[in-house]
Design a protein around this ligand. Structure first.
Ligand code: UD1
Ligand code: UDP
Length: 360
């Protein structure tokens, strides 16, 4: 079996690294294709280094653009790569534009697709990711569901492919890299940090809408805590466009460039709690070695398992509501006895075992 692994953005690099390494461990060759959707050093290259992943065999350099531009450029480039490399299976992860492009390219030339992190649903039609994940699930041959909840969704939707519950590879990556991060990262010292909350924001439906973004900034600035905010480039450009950057800088929110994976793990490890609209971070906080509390600044989530386990609370985006919802939860105190719903770090092993049994 010789797979082609597709990545396009930073979370895909994080979550596919364990799959690539599991293949390497077993001496299985693979082709690594980066669509180049993320290209800045701090959104792409640094993740390969921090995850100990080799450089991609091919980078399509599709860059930024509209959804159609990104999807179409990647579709053409991936089809060409599949025809040249003739992989036995194409592996995609999550719900980005790269995932949809690779899935369409592969199935139409008759190559099976394995979807890592299948079966997530936010039911929010404003999210571009919701279309990518639904369409991909219905075209995939192998659906690697992180949890039983996700597997049940897929069974209910009568997907064509084989559904296997594996856990989430984000836990594999985190459990492997956290000890290295604790040893190598100097970020706490460099930034002179002690007691803080960690914030990330980048969902299009949050940051591309002026009213929502302004409400988020105002509500967050009201919290009685120092906030460290490694801001995604999409968010930085919107804060500038909507003239909100000054307000952020005058508040208790300390805005910095996105940090590398190892530094980010140390920030996660050291913060009092997390505020985010990220998908991956809702899962990372549940890792056995972290076990943190996250407040999700969204109206819905495709990760209800983390709410169920007590790691996550959905607080919405309304500045009249979410600051009090956070204070209320913090006053209640955080229950230390929680178990990750996303597995214990062996998701990649389960994925490769399945593929070897089905394909090789
Ligand atoms: C994409 C994914 C989203 C994922 C996120 C991870 C889709 C539809 N969206 O959103 O699901 O959660 O990645 O971070 O696939 N930019 C840079 N440097 C880069 C990349 C982007 O400056 O390396 C800036 C550009 O101005 C660009 C903007 O960020 O227009 C948005 O980038 P894009 O890749 O279109 O979407 P993300 O918001 O990153
Ligand atoms: N991350 C990072 N540095 C940052 C912000 C995030 O290393 O400054 C990592 C984080 O640990 C997680 C991934 O990026 O593994 C999440 O990416 P993002 O939130 O952009 O995407 P999503 O998961 O929402 O698709």
């Amino acid at each position: 079996m010789e797979p082609m692994i597709i990545v396009g953005t930073r979370p895909e690099i994080v979550k596919m690294a364990p799959v690539a390494k599991e293949l390497e461990k077993r001496g299985i060759r693979y082709f690594l294709l980066h669509t180049g959707q993320h290209y800045s050093e701090f959104m792409s290259q640094s993740f390969f280094e921090d995850l100990g992943l080799r450089a991609p065999d091919l980078n399509l350099q599709i860059g930024s653009g509209t959804h159609a531009q990104q999807t179409a450029k990647a579709l053409v480039g991936i089809e060409e790569a599949i025809l040249n490399e003739t992989p036995d299976v194409v592996l995609v992860q999550g719900d980005t534009n790269a995932v949809l492009s690779a899935t369409l390219a592969a199935v139409k030339v008759g190559v099976p697709v394995g979807h890592v992190e299948a079966g997530l649903r936010s039911h929010d039609r404003r999210m571009p990711e919701e279309y990518n994940r639904r369409l991909t699930d219905h075209a995939s041959d192998f659906l690697f569901a992180p949890t039983e909840v996700a597997a049940e969704i897929l069974e209910r939707e009568n997907v064509w492919g084989k559904v296997v519950v594996t856990g989430n590879t984000v836990i594999d990556a985190l459990e492997e890299r956290l000890p290295i991060a604790r040893e190598q990262s100097n970020i706490m010292h460099e930034m002179d940090l002690e007691d803080f909350a960690l914030l990330t924001l980048h969902r299009a439906e949050n940051v591309d809408d002026r009213t929502t973004l302004e409400g988020l900034v105002n509500g967050l600035a009201e919290l009685e805590v120092d906030i460290i905010f490694p801001a995604h480039p999409r968010t930085v450009s919107r804060l500038k466009q909507f003239q909100l950057m000054e307000r952020v800088k005058q508040s208790s929110i300390r805005i910095i460039q996105p940090v590398g994976y190892l530094d980010f793990l140390v920030l996660l490890d050291s913060c009092r709690f997390v505020l985010t609209d990220s998908g991956g971070i809702q899962e990372e906080v549940t890792a056995p070695s972290l076990n943190k509390k996250v407040f999700v600044l969204r109206n819905s989530t495709e990760r209800p398992e983390a709410i169920e386990s007590g790691h996550s609370t959905l607080v919405g985006t309304d500045p009249m509501g979410f600051p009090d919802a956070i204070r209320h939860e913090l006053r209640k105190g955080v229950d230390e006895e929680r178990k990750s719903p996303y597995g214990s770090g062996d998701a990649a092993e389960r994925i490769i075992n399945t593929l070897l049994a089905e394909i090789a």
